[in-house]
Design a protein around this ligand. Structure first.
Ligand SMILES: O=c1ccn([C@@H]2O[C@H](COP(=O)(O)O)[C@@H](O)[C@H]2O)c(=O)[nH]1
Length: 281
């Protein structure tokens, strides 16, 4: 019988403590495939995505494959994603599948079985979820993740310029919608220890006054590099919440490929910049 898995919060803290606070995205854009000298087909997708894990195995704490780039190649692309997830586990890193699911509770339960259940071909250590159908609609996935030592990251203040239209709207009690998402996540992370419900907050969002003091969960921060966000932005956006921040970047590192040494250099340079501003591990 296998021992029960430790909680997501514990596993994240351990691997970030060993390897540093950085998630590298595996987003095989057609443009990246072309730059790597690969065809925009399933073989190119597989060479690029699995090449990323092979080059960075043992170095990177978390890999974040973006499901869209695999789904774009149909069932064969999704099969590549399954192999990439297995490679990430074999590399001793955590997999964070960026799939942004959100639906009514009964359908969410099926998504949870797909992404958070042991033995499912698409199971990941954590997934991204969208709260647009109401935070409570995600509770089946939130519970399953806790039972299985996995995590979820709920979209709060996304890195794209269109996000504020919804996320800066005010609730009836005057909070930003983004703050409500952070507060709902906090309510599901009672402690002790870092909880399994994280939030997504872009490095690009500027000053919002959102209060992360009670979150007790990981903050996934995309938007660094290609979207214009910088390490300095992380310090400005997150302030005292910096120890909770898991910065993530995809094109910034992938653009250095396909040479494995160049990929490692890019990941190390990015990580050093993150460490300098986050003052952790
Ligand atoms: O608010 C969000 C949420 C998710 N993403 C995803 O992160 C990567 C960013 O890629 P870069 O190449 O580093 O720009 C991508 O998969 C997005 O879908 C985000 O950017 N913003």
């Amino acid at each position: 019988m296998t021992a029960p898995r430790a909680s997501y919060g514990e596993r994240l803290q351990q691997v970030v403590g060993e390897r540093g606070p950085l998630a590298v995205g595996i987003d095989p854009h057609p443009g990246v495939l072309a730059a790597w000298g690969l065809a925009d087909d399933v073989a190119g997708l597989e060479a690029c995505a699995r090449g990323m894990v092979e080059a960075l195995a043992g170095e990177v704490a978390v890999f974040k494959p973006q499901s869209a780039f695999y789904e774009a190649h149909g069932a064969a692309g999704v099969a590549v994603l399954e192999r990439v997830l297995a490679d990430i586990t074999a590399a001793g890193a955590l997999s964070l599948l960026d799939v942004k699911r959100g639906d009514i509770g009964s359908t969410m339960d099926a998504y949870a079985r797909a992404y958070l259940t042991d033995g499912s071909p698409l199971a990941a250590d954590a997934v991204t979820l969208s709260p647009y159908l109401g935070f409570g609609s995600l509770d089946g996935a939130v519970r399953l993740a806790a039972e299985r030592g996995r995590g979820v990251y709920v979209l709060a203040l996304t890195s794209n310029p269109e996000g504020p239209q919804l996320q800066h709207a005010r609730t009836t009690d005057g909070r930003l919608v983004g703050q409500l998402v952070v507060d709902e996540a906090a309510a599901r992370n009672p402690g002790p220890g870092l909880g399994h419900v994280g939030v997504v907050v872009g490095a690009t969002i500027g000053s919002t006054g959102v209060d992360f003091r009670h979150l007790n969960g990981s903050i996934l921060a995309p938007g660094i590099g290609a979207q214009g966000g910088t390490a300095a932005d992380l310090a400005a956006v997150f302030g005292p919440a910096a120890p909770l921040v898991l910065p993530t970047t995809s094109r910034e590192v992938m653009g250095a490929g396909p040479d494995p040494e160049a990929l490692r250099d890019a990941a190390r340079t990015t990580l050093a910049a993150m460490r300098a501003v986050l003052s952790v591990g």
